[in-house]
Design a protein around this ligand. Structure first.
Ligand code: NI
Length: 190
């Protein structure tokens, strides 16, 4: 089942998401599957639960599309539950990021290249792992979502001003997008 993706401007994207208790959420595998389906339907490499309206500490990533450049990512398909970043190291590097909640906007974002985090997978197995390069990049972007942050927060004041109108338009649904979205400020009928 595919979810509509929540667009920029919705308060759920600004909320710090809460941890998931295993007993509270017995159908976590089904939710993870539906999130992957939603993400693939929108041609994304990552999707966080707040982006489908659920303020839970869960995100999914399939970075196998970067496998040509980085063979370690060839089979990189993972769900991250209750992730907690323990350490980020190295000199920040720029990458042109986009976000399924913010269609048609791509901007260079600076992040550290190495990230260590603890998380649970969809079988509730605990992991403590270090990721580098593109894997770290996608994890950091999705992790920001469960902290209520967006990549546009990291832009310079000038870049922020330059995209302000476009962001407003997105929240109203004035954007060309080929997947189902929910716009917080859409007029009825849009
Ligand atoms: Ni995003």
């Amino acid at each position: 089942m595919k979810f509509p993706i929540i667009a920029y401007g919705d308060p759920v994207l600004r909320r710090k998401a809460t941890a998931i208790e295993p007993d509270e959420y017995p159908h976590i595998k089904e939710l993870v599957e539906n999130m992957f389906e939603t993400m693939y339907g929108a041609h994304g490499v990552g999707l966080a639960a707040p982006q489908v309206g659920l303020s839970m500490r869960l995100f999914v990533i399939d970075a196998s599309t970067f496998g040509d450049d980085d063979p370690s990512l060839k089979d990189f398909k993972k769900a991250f539950i209750n992730a907690n970043i323990l350490d980020e190291t190295g000199d920040e590097w720029a990458f042109n990021e986009g976000c399924l909640s913010i269609p048609e906007i791509r901007e260079d974002v600076y992040r550290k290249p190495v990230v260590t985090l603890s998380y649970y997978d969809e079988d509730w197995k605990h992991h403590e792992e270090t990721f580098k390069g593109m894997a770290a990049r996608v994890i950091q972007h999705e992790y920001d979502h469960i902290e209520g942050k967006l990549f546009t927060d990291k832009l310079s004041p000038l870049r922020k001003r330059m995209i302000e109108k476009k962001l407003n338009d997105i929240s109203k649904g004035i954007v060309d997008v080929d997947y189902k979205m929910k716009f917080p400020a859409a007029k009825k009928g849009r």
